[in-house]
Design a protein around this ligand. Structure first.
Ligand code: NAP
Length: 384
């Protein structure tokens, strides 16, 4: 066996000469973010022979410290394993471990991670943000990265309690894209090689962000169950008990705006149930059917309070940017605005200002046509 470095390729990877042809060797992967989604990905990749290092930010070490204290990670459900994951609090170790970094922190934590990364030369690195929520457009003051990819969702539905991981569901596919659409098939193959699920290439990160259906599910489910969440500290099933027909009706109003924004860019976005069915390989007929019968959803307990990332991530980093795009494009978006306003009234937070608005994403100066020129389907070619 020979190993040859793929110098000059847009993606960092090595190739191994095996029998009569070159095949990509299994890369080393560093996962930044030591929560359930990061640990689930680590356990899955490790079981496939990938060398994985997990980085936990030193001030966000809730689950990492349980795992390190116990000395092992026990995973149950769709992934069953007991293993000793390699975990570090040292960002320089994370950067030097591999050229492939997967970001698995809530998008509200991405800037903290960028701050930790800013003194490193990442011109040979690839970062995949799971989910991206337009991470590529967040100003990176002086930080240059070789490639950035974004996904719409995490491959897993999972939770963690005191260092023990429960994986309720594993998706069959997730959506992925980059800022620039002219990605070679070779680079796509290398990205697919890293992932334990199929990746479906979108035109660009705007289509990926609009395909993060958590923006449809989470804020409304939380808002419309706020009383029950606060009076029971989340002692009920958020989907099975919380997603009833009226909640579903409200979600569909938000979903129709999401699809209309996509249509203005020229994307043919699927409805929320169709995206979920496609990702999990299900065939639920509507939202209530999904909430009652989908294994990855119907066993999820409600969060204990309204500070949860179902609100604090999905409102500022999805709904606020969807609303900003809709305003630019002249798409009627009052259902989305209504949800943002109610959440702001309930929490006292100014998410329109704090979230990924057009100014934060550096899109404020673009006219409608310039926005469409940059991200519309006419201008960006589909890579597959
Ligand atoms: N878990 C799921 O089933 C699921 C499903 C779909 C999508 N996702 C998405 O996948 C991402 C990760 O999910 P998760 O469940 O693993 O999330 P999480 O537990 O809330 O956070 C993941 C990790 O990021 C850390 N973190 C949070 N805020 C941070 C910040 N400001 N700076 C640095 N680190 C920070 C957390 O540490 P602390 O906890 O100590 O703050 C934790 O180690 C999220 O965007 C989530 O929406 C998750």
């Amino acid at each position: 066996m020979l190993t040859v470095s793929s110098l000059g390729n847009p993606m960092p990877n090595d190739y191994t000469y095996n029998e009569h042809h070159f095949v990509p060797s299994q890369p080393k992967v560093c996962i930044i973010g030591a929560g359930p989604a990061g640990f689930a990905l680590a356990a899955d990749l490790k079981s496939r022979g990938t060398d994985v290092l997990i980085y936990s930010h030193p001030t966000h070490h809730r689950q990492a410290s349980y795992v390190l204290d116990k000395g092992y990670l026990k995973a149950k459900g769709k992934i069953t394993s007991t293993a000793t994951p390699d975990v570090t609090y040292d960002i320089s170790e994370a950067v030097s471990f591999t050229k492939v970094i997967i970001l698995s922190v809530p998008s509200t934590g991405q800037e903290t991670i960028l701050e930790a990364l800013k003194s490193f030369d990442l011109r040979g690195h690839t970062i995949v943000a799971i989910p991206g929520n337009l991470f590529s457009l967040v100003p990176k003051v002086g930080l240059e990265v070789e490639n950035i990819f974004e996904t719409n969702l995490s491959p897993y539905s999972c939770r963690m309690h005191e260092g023990e991981l429960i994986v309720l569901g594993k998706k069959k596919l997730i959506y992925i894209g980059s800022l620039h659409a002219n990605l070679s098939t070779h680079s796509q193959t290398q990205i697919q090689h890293i992932f334990p699920v199929e990746v479906k290439w979108c035109h660009n990160i705007i289509e990926v962000c609009l395909s993060n259906i958590n923006g449809v599910f989470h804020p409304l489910m939380m808002l419309m169950s706020a009383g029950r969440i606060e009076s029971t500290a989340g002692d009920f099933m958020i989907y099975a008990d919380g997603l009833t027909q009226s909640v579903a009706n409200a979600m569909l109003a938000v979903d129709s705006v999401r699809i209309a924004i996509g249509a203005a860019f020229g994307f043919e976005l699927k409805g929320v149930v169709e995206v979920s069915n496609e990702c999990y390989g299900h065939d639920f007929k509507d939202l209530v059917d999904l909430a009652q019968n989908s294994g990855p959803h119907n066993n999820l307990k409600a969060p204990p309070d309204m500070g949860h990332r179902n609100i604090s991530e999905d409102v500022p980093d999805l709904l606020v940017c969807w609303y900003g795009l809709a305003e630019k494009l002249g798409v009627e978006a009052s259902p989305i605005k209504a949800v943002i306003t109610l959440v702001e009234m309930a929490t006292g937070r100014d998410y329109m200002e704090a979230g990924r608005n057009m100014r934060k994403l550096n899109l404020e100066h673009l006219s409608r046509n310039e926005l469409l020129d940059r991200f519309g389907v006419g201008k960006s070619k589909l890579c597959i």
